[in-house]
Write a protein that binds this ligand. Sequence first.
Ligand code: 5GP
Length: 206
Amino acid sequence: MHKKRGLLIVLSGPSGVGKGTVRKELFTQPNTNYEYSVSMTTRNPREGEVDGADYFFKSRDEFEQLIKEGGLLEYAEYVGNYYGTPLDYVNATLDAGRDVFLEIEVVGAAQVRKQVPDGLFIFLAPPSLSALEDRLIGRGTESADIIKSRVMKAREELEMMNLYDYVVENDEVQNACDRINAIVTAEHCRRERVEKIYKQMLKGDY
Ligand code: 5GP
């Protein structure tokens, strides 16, 4: 029986848009069919974050070693820290026929687009820039300086929307999750993704 390779789903968008919240909500839903790839980072854990579940927390030396070894599918330096996606986990999961879900910023997403052109790239957009700033302040985890640099970054990031296949507005977390699930379902039916299977079927391979 033919086994389909999993779909690489990339959720990206400006800091503070609610990517983390949307991703967590997606993974609490019982019907989620994809696996979350836990990222590596050199930033310090926030209150309540768990090593291995939220991130793999690494030193700069460890992270730079991984870069040298080619152990990352992509990585980026974001507001003074490294963030990256472990390559082995992604490949093994896709090979096993399961979809992998990445939640990453835009520089990393652009690298994935080059490496995995048949990935599914979804941009999570804020209803407005002021809503974005309010959310960053409301989170209460960053200093005023960091918030300022993250909002400036968000403006640049919004302009990178054109690298993506779909744009999902995060007006309400549940709405955003419903749209993402609908997009993933539709992508699995896209002709380019399934025609190979039918061609093999017609050749009598299975
Ligand atoms: P935070 O520090 O708020 O957890 O994350 C900062 C930014 O880094 C967010 O936009 C988040 O999506 C992004 N990020 C998390 N993991 C990765 C990763 O593996 N690679 C890249 N490029 N960005 C990531």
